[in-house]
Design a protein around this ligand. Sequence first.
Ligand SMILES: Nc1ccn([C@@H]2O[C@H](COP(=O)(O)OP(=O)(O)OP(=O)(O)O)[C@@H](O)[C@H]2O)c(=O)n1
Length: 404
Amino acid sequence: MRIETLPEEFVKAQPIIDTIEAAGYEAYYVGGSVRDTLLNLPIHDVDIATSAYPEEVKSLFKRTVDTGIEHGTVMILDHGTGYETTTFRTESGYQDYRRPDSVKFVRSLKEDLNRRDFTINALALKTDGTIIDYFDGLGDLKKHRIRAVGDPEKRFNEDALRMMRAVRFASQLNFDIDADTIAGIEHHGRLLTKIAVERIHVEFVKMLLGNWPAKGLDVFMNTGLYQYCPDFEPYKDQFNQLRSQLTSGLSNETAVWTLLAVTFELSSKQVNQLLKDWKSANQLIDDVQVAVKAVHAITTQTVDAWTLYQTGHDLIAIANEVAGQLGDSTYPTADLLAQYDALQIHAKRALAITGQDLMAAGIKPGPQLGQALNYLERQVVEGQLNNQKVGLLTAAINYLNEKA
Ligand SMILES: Nc1ccn([C@@H]2O[C@H](COP(=O)(O)OP(=O)(O)OP(=O)(O)O)[C@@H](O)[C@H]2O)c(=O)n1
């Protein structure tokens, strides 16, 4: 088969392939960009596979970066775009690529495609639009099927992360997973425990961001794969409940973990533990903690100015999205955001008075100064006081006098 008009990303990359071919090697577009083009989806990165060895690739181009030279990948820089270019290879353990004997460079495209994860990812594209398809990836694309290349057991032994990739693609593409491939996941689920959590994290989140999350979750649950992810084992029922509730993908990673934290009914300490075990960034952990509180306020209909202020614009939208997925929000997001926008201040530094001002008015530095500012902040947020210097000063003095 031949694609008539190639997307411009490929046209732009053609000089790279031409250069490699002119030096007497083969080079093809491979991987996700080929798959997504055939599915009429936008493409992200254009990846190239070549018979040239890494040193040979580097000698052909002025600007290259050794992004993964151990497993044969060199990034070629061309007019601001980077092209990951990987030498054809076979492998005896994807995750062990740092062991020099685990990657064997070969000169044959077919051998290279044969070590790839799924048939839909094992297609190669020539610059003239011809598709090379040794494993009926085109048939599987048509049938909306994710099928391991050759023996699933072998593919999952090479890289157990591929089991997570299978469920992730199911959820992103609304594809079914082939029965033998599912059986492979059932047999090899435990191998996931050998994989770096950071890699599992990426795939798990992509699964829930996909447009058909229930599709991936089905296999994730039915094969028992979930048990081999950090901390998920006790939450079978909650996951199954989610599977039936989730009607569309979530909009970002914070929403994913907030949804899980609420569904699992985790305490703030447990949220922290879960996210730490999943090797999450501190910013994500903080955001999820705040969003979880906001979801509770939304679901119990106790959203007030102070909650909105503490939650902030972006996390309000996320919390309401999560509450909506759970069928528990009665607020349109736009209304909550309008209420938030209408607050007099959106940060403490926007108060019309500072600690300096209070000291200038004779209030001594110390804990009471901070308390007074906190009091003013809350009063202004809640609309009890106007954000004006003179009024705030009087209110601060009265507040401290009453306390004394
Ligand atoms: N564990 C993996 C990861 C990747 N690949 C191969 O390497 C290609 C590129 O991988 P990657 O960029 O991670 O994923 P894409 O398939 O390109 O999908 P996306 O960009 O949507 O993540 C895949 O298509 C597949 O052929 C593989 O065989 N096994």
